[in-house]
Design a protein around this ligand. Structure first.
Ligand SMILES: [Zn+2]
Length: 127
């Protein structure tokens, strides 16, 4: 990868990190006021659940984005953390903060699908 490519990825990642910040507002949604109305309670609980899931997903992505920026600084950006092969350029274009190559990512997804996070994964894809 050339320096100008790296620089472009760095800008994309830094922009992404800034974009993630509005999710701070979602934190307020979790501290939603109590209501005496039963139906409101249910809807508020659903809203809290959704806000919490979104926060968790955002937290995972911003963690990955920060790690990718670190890898740029360390000169190992674009290398799979698992098998140390190069991550495909199309994958990096789609998910610049991807820590794994597509093969390792699929393995990791399959492993997770068998576990408790299966529902969470489907949810994240649908959102
Ligand atoms: Zn790999």
């Amino acid at each position: 990868m050339t320096l100008s490519q790296l620089d472009r990825f760095k800008k994309i990642l830094e922009k992404k990190l800034i974009e993630m910040r509005p999710s701070l507002r979602a934190r307020d949604a979790i501290a939603i006021v109590r209501s005496a109305d039963m139906l409101d309670e249910i809807q508020l609980a659903a809203a809290r659940e959704l806000a919490t899931r979104n926060l968790e997903r955002d937290a995972r992505v911003s963690h990955d984005v920060r790690a990718a920026l670190d890898r740029i600084d360390q000169g190992c950006f674009g290398t799979c953390l698992n098998c140390e092969e190069e991550i495909g350029p199309r994958r990096l274009a789609a998910v610049p903060w991807a820590p794994l190559c597509i093969g390792c990512q699929e393995q990791s997804d399959n492993a997770r699908r068998g576990g408790m996070e299966a529902d969470d994964h489907r949810f994240a894809d649908a959102a």
